[in-house]
Design a protein around this ligand. Sequence first.
Ligand SMILES: Nc1ncnc2c1ncn2[C@@H]1O[C@H](COP(=O)(O)OP(=O)(O)OP(=O)(O)O)[C@@H](O)[C@H]1O
Length: 279
Amino acid sequence: MIYAFKIGFLDVRWVDIVDILLVSVLIYQVYKLLKGSVAVRVLIGFLVLYLIYLIVRAAEMELLAGILGQFMGVGVLAAIIIFSQEIRKFLLILGKSTFRQDGILKSIMIWKRKEEKEQFNITPVIEAAKSLSATNTGALIVFSKNSELKFYADTGDLMDAVVSKRLLISIFNKHSPLHDGAIILFKNRIKAARCILPVSERELPAQYGMRHRAAMGMSEATDTLTMIISEETGQISIARNGVIDSNLLIPEIRKRINSYLSEAKQEKETEEANLEVAS
Ligand SMILES: Nc1ncnc2c1ncn2[C@@H]1O[C@H](COP(=O)(O)OP(=O)(O)OP(=O)(O)O)[C@@H](O)[C@H]1O
């Protein structure tokens, strides 16, 4: 056995150091995932209880150790039930990175390359946003750069229509049967309307209602950018990577959407370059 060093009577192996580092990374990732949600308090509660259990066991307090031991026995099952939402999110994040790899494979195909040349013209969306904001018409618009988000598109009405200012205004008109929920934009097309987005469970400022909460949830669960137009104030906000930036001006909104979409372009160009180097 190869030992790294010794602390008193304790022999520390290299594998123990790697083990500790990996557990630290895992705990940090779990903390990052739970940060800001009520689940983090439950997790702290669990950890405190576990610590007490270890102390009680070391002190050989048989009765209390027995009771806490029983509780710890079902702890894993209880944690799966309590943290089911967070576990889902974690698996979604894992799936997302796998999906990117899937994108690399797909880009090998020539027909896919042709498709990728399409440019997203965001001007109709910006023009519609100005008009919706001026009339205090609520709207939720999801931009997706990597996939058509079938899972979420299927929760609404599938459309596959060309993006236009008039169509966007019509969809979000308060009397339109399609105005509720979100629309999903992918490759210059409105893929679906009336979509239900995942709702964030974080503590959000009081002025944010369900529309903002849904945009936040979407940005936590997927690699998308969501534009929110408030029915109450007409303000336009953007949710991305679990952060909402409110009351943005039109030039800033345009810049952020373009930068989000160009990230996709850059990613694809890098993939193509990698493929060319490899071939
Ligand atoms: N899970 C969801 N997915 C998509 N859209 C949703 C979801 N939940 C609520 N909405 C949309 O949000 C609307 C309700 O918005 P609400 O007034 O509660 O939000 P808000 O954040 O206060 O926004 P506003 O500033 O526009 O009032 C619903 O009518 C519906 O269109």
